[in-house]
Design a protein around this ligand. Sequence first.
Ligand SMILES: Nc1ncnc2c1ncn2[C@@H]1O[C@H](COP(=O)(O)OP(=O)(O)OP(=O)(O)O)[C@@H](O)[C@H]1O
Ligand SMILES: CC(C)(CO)[C@@H](O)C(=O)[O-]
Ligand code: BAL
Length: 281
Amino acid sequence: MKLIQTIQELRTELDALRKEGKTIGLVPTMGALHAGHASLVKRAVAENDVVVVSDFVNPTQFNDKNDLLKYPRTLDADCKLLEECGASFVFAPSVEEIYPEPDTRQFSYAPLDTVMEGKFRPGHFNGVCQIVSKLFLIVEPTRAYFGEKDFQQLAIIREMVRKYPFNLEIVGCPIVREADGLALSSRNARLSDEQRIQALQISKTLFASVEYAQTHTLAETKAFVESAISTAEGLRLEYFEIVDGNSLQTVCDWKDSSYIVGCITVFCGEVRLIDNIKYKE
Ligand SMILES: Nc1ncnc2c1ncn2[C@@H]1O[C@H](COP(=O)(O)OP(=O)(O)OP(=O)(O)O)[C@@H](O)[C@H]1O
Ligand SMILES: CC(C)(CO)[C@@H](O)C(=O)[O-]
Ligand code: BAL
């Protein structure tokens, strides 16, 4: 496995491999890697000849400066994990390498990017599209891998690929959870022991709501989740929406769609955590 920091060097390596007919898998990450990332990388290794993992905390997608400053950075440990997973290249560029000048491109995929995360993190998805489109142009992957934990991000990237258009396959990968249910997230590293216990109520509530939904209306299920999180110690609900899994628009009745997902964002202290659950698929 090779650690690469410049676009030029990565392009040279990949051009040679592409000429030999090799397929290239790309796994974009912001580092501080965990078993959720490892599942994406292992899948990419199984499905491609060469795998590039980008490890770059992208400043343009952070609307909150404090969140950017406190984002965990663990490149040495990341490289160890990626070597074990069988990655070929770790691409860890500097901010100047990716943004030698401000990126003024505007990406707009309304209504996909105006709801939920789009509403609470203004500019976030524009920044995500800026970096992901740059990575697609630099790496020219055969396939790119994204986690369903960032459910809205995955839908927006699929739309960007369709509209741009990029010639690659987007592969969505299931959420990896801790044994007790908490969705793995790099931001979990910022939770204290007490907060780690409090955060468990998020996945517990989502799982309980699937059971509850069997015998209750959609509105009752939404209220069930909102009430459980709002009364849980140490948690502050930002939003919980039950949406169509493709359009991301809210649905009012279980009969309204054959693909229904509940998306939640909760603050545990200062740490912002997201999760989601499928009610119908
Ligand atoms: N628990 C998980 N299961 C599956 N995929 C995941 C999981 N956590 C992250 N991913 C995916 O890994 C990729 C990189 O995510 P990122 O580096 O932001 O990590 P993260 O754990 O989501 O961090 P954050 O704390 O920013 O939410 C994304 O496609 C994301 O959806
Ligand atoms: C896709 C991504 C790596 C872009 O910075 C990031 O949004 C993430 O980690 O989900
Ligand atoms: N996993 C999404 C990246 C972010 O929160 O900015």
